[in-house]
Ligand binder design. Structure first.
Ligand code: HEC
Length: 252
């Protein structure tokens, strides 16, 4: 009996230990315009989000799955996209002499990331590699809510927790110690041209919405196709029902 109770107690304490280790603060829910079966992206928000990505995140993170011309889907005009692409230098080659060369970006290029390779990324970030953000909203549990929470979740470490010089305390990061310094340090870090107030929360929300778009640029088409399929199925169901009634009406 005693050994049985001891075993139960041991089991319980192992369980609580595990629960503590898994513990991350619950991520607050944001009501995103793109939530739900008919949610859509807001073009002005995506444009602000791209601006935040470009001015704040792109020095450390790439979005290598996005091509410049896909920015037309968030409301940039073709000439704007062309000018934006041309402001980037792209390594290309080899040319006919076998040499690599640098040229201006074209709308068909993927947006180049900040590093030549992971080793370079590591060496300038104290050993941590900033992940490519193309699919991050899909790759993390909690999705967009998590990403926004992470960006705004920095705080002083609770008493008793010591951080290394390269670590920062974040409420929402698994194990709380993250190698990314707080990307937002003050309101108005970017200047929005549409008059939106650039609070830290607003910038975090805008860049997260943009990253949700990058992770699934075809989301709106997918939802529309899903809805149309349902309509079609409902119509066919009615059609078959009345056809059946007609065919069988003389059979009692
Ligand atoms: C100075 C470089 C730097 C900047 C600027 C920066 N990050 Fe990071 N970021 C990092 C590093 C390094 C990591 C890896 C952290 C780790 O694994 O501890 C990271 C990780 C992340 C993660 C992944 C967290 C996870 O769950 O694994 C996200 C999301 C992220 N950054 C988003 C952003 C966004 C959005 C911006 C711009 C608003 C930004 N970062 C700006 C360096 C940076």
């Amino acid at each position: 009996m005693m050994t049985y109770m001891a075993a139960v107690l041991l089991g319980l304490s192992v369980l609580t230990l595990q629960a503590e280790q898994d513990y991350i603060d619950p991520v607050p829910e944001v009501s995103w315009s793109f939530d739900g079966w008919n949610g859509t992206f807001k073009r002005d928000q995506l444009q602000r989000g791209f601006q935040v990505y470009k001015e704040v995140c792109s020095s450390c993170h790439g979005i290598k799955l996005l091509r410049f011309r896909e920015l037309e889907a968030i409301g940039f005009t073709a000439p704007q996209v062309k000018a934006l692409a041309a402001s980037y230098d792209i390594n290309d080659g080899p040319n006919l002499e076998g040499d690599m060369f640098v040229r201006k970006g074209l709308p068909s290029d993927v947006i180049p990331g900040p590093y030549k390779n992971d080793n370079q990324a590591k060496s300038v970030n104290n050993g941590a590699v900033p992940p490519d953000l193309s699919l991050i909203v899909k790759a993390r549990k909690g999705g967009a809510n998590y990403v926004k929470a992470l960006l705004t979740g920095y705080m002083n470490p609770p008493v008793g927790i010591t951080l290394r010089e390269t670590e920062h305390y974040n409420r929402y990061f698994p194990d709380h110690k993250i190698a990314m310094a707080p990307p937002f340090v003050a309101d108005d870090q970017v200047t929005y041209t549409d008059g939106t107030n650039a609070t830290i929360s607003q910038m975090a929300e805008d860049v997260t919405a943009f990253l949700a778009f990058v992770a699934e640029p075809e989301m709106e088409d997918r939802k529309r196709a899903g809805f149309e399929t349902l309509l079609y199925l409902a119509f066919m169901t009615l059609l078959f029902y009345f056809t059946k009634r007609k065919i069988w009406k003389d059979v009692k």
